[in-house]
Design a protein around this ligand. Structure first.
Ligand code: HEC
Length: 208
């Protein structure tokens, strides 16, 4: 009797699992169009829809724009020229604010708000970037930061398709401000900032 029950239960389980498997297969086989397949749904019978009028292609890279790759190469060459011609803009508060905003969007997730490389994405397992406050990066020229944003660096991917050359320079200016925030000599501060610094707790012992 007991054995019969067991048999019944295993039979029921088997049936249930098979049904489940069939359901999964049905999901694999749900109706969809293959690339380039015709469709009666649209007057031009194409299932692949053209982009809405006025759309600007955002894809970049060697193979963008045309299947021959020519468009992508031309675009890259034009960008090279734009990159080479661009240079740091004069430092203004507006430039720094723009840089801070762009930095917060594009760089902070890994490099952190302080620039020490402990951003939220890194805390979840992405390789840790070097701190902007290490001597080598303090000494690096502005152009190095611009080039890293443009071309990527090691495991860091490039940002040229998302950040215009002007905005890259704004970010560089902001990174310089971040670096300064950790490494400024008291003597180089304006008088009112020196007074504020002197009023900070423990300032006398830390005077540099
Ligand atoms: C997805 C994470 C991530 C984001 C977002 C990111 N980076 Fe990085 N970055 C890295 C990692 C990781 C490295 C170290 C790469 C390596 O050494 O392989 C790095 C390295 C760098 C370096 C150091 C290059 C050197 O000489 O060692 C600079 C400068 C830099 N990033 C700037 C930026 C700027 C500016 C942005 C925003 C426009 C940015 N990064 C966005 C992950 C990121």
């Amino acid at each position: 009797m007991m054995r019969l029950d067991l048999l019944g239960i295993s039979c029921a389980l088997c049936c249930a699992l098979t049904a489940c498997e069939r359901q999964m297969k049905d999901m694999y086989r749900q109706p969809r169009y293959d690339t380039g397949e015709a469709s009666p749904l649209f007057p031009d019978t194409k299932s692949m829809r053209p982009p809405p009028e006025g759309s600007v292609p955002a894809a970049i890279g060697e193979r963008s724009a045309t299947s021959s790759g020519r468009g992508g190469r031309e675009e890259l060459a034009a960008r090279e020229i734009a990159n080479a011609a661009s240079g740091p803009a004069p430092m203004t508060l507006a430039l720094l604010k723009r840089g801070q905003e762009r930095y917060s969007i594009y760089c902070l997730p890994c490099h952190s708000a302080l620039g020490d490389g402990d951003g939220p994405v890194v805390r979840r397992g992405f390789p840790r970037p070097p701190s902007y406050h290490e001597q080598r990066l303090r000494d690096a020229p502005d152009r190095h930061f611009f080039d890293v944003i443009t071309n990527g660096y090691g495991v860091m991917y490039p940002y040229a398709d998302r950040i215009t050359p002007e905005d890259r320079w704004a970010i560089v200016a902001y990174i310089r401000a971040l670096q300064l925030s950790r490494n400024v000599k008291t003597a180089s501060l304006p008088a009112d900032a020196r007074r504020q610094r002197a009023a900070l707790p423990g300032a006398s012992g830390a005077a540099r």
